[in-house]
Write a protein of this length. Structure first.
Length: 117
């Protein structure tokens, strides 16, 4: 095996570059998932603050006007529903099989090396 590596180092370079491409692809997918999750949490926080502010404004208007109007409940309720949707999206679990292709490839290579050696 070592004589092949000495005579044909391009095989090793090709193999390592294949690993690098596979790792880059897996890392990119994991990064996209983390970015989506962080954006969902940011959106949930902003919508939650908007819900609290609109609820406070609705309470103040209701007390000042001394009458109830359905809009005073509807507008904060829309923000609450959007907040809950963002929290639901943010809480979805990440893929647990990150880098599974890399692990499988390493296992296949190790098995091939055991067969050769």
């Amino acid at each position: 095996m070592f004589s092949v590596l000495v005579r044909r180092p391009d095989l090793l370079v090709d193999h390592v570059s294949g690993y690098a491409a596979l790792i880059r692809e897996e890392a990119s997918e994991a990064g996209v998932e983390l970015l989506q999750r962080s954006l969902a949490w940011t959106l949930a926080a902003m919508l939650g603050l908007a819900f609290l502010m609109l609820t406070g404004v609705a309470l103040m208007l209701g007390v000042l006007m001394q009458q109830f109007h359905w809009v005073l409940v509807a507008v904060p309720a829309v923000m609450l529903v959007l907040t809950l949707a963002a929290v639901f999206k943010a809480r979805t679990p990440l893929r647990s099989n990150s880098f599974a292709d890399v692990k499988a490839q390493i296992d296949r290579d190790a098995q091939a090396l055991r067969m050769v050696g």
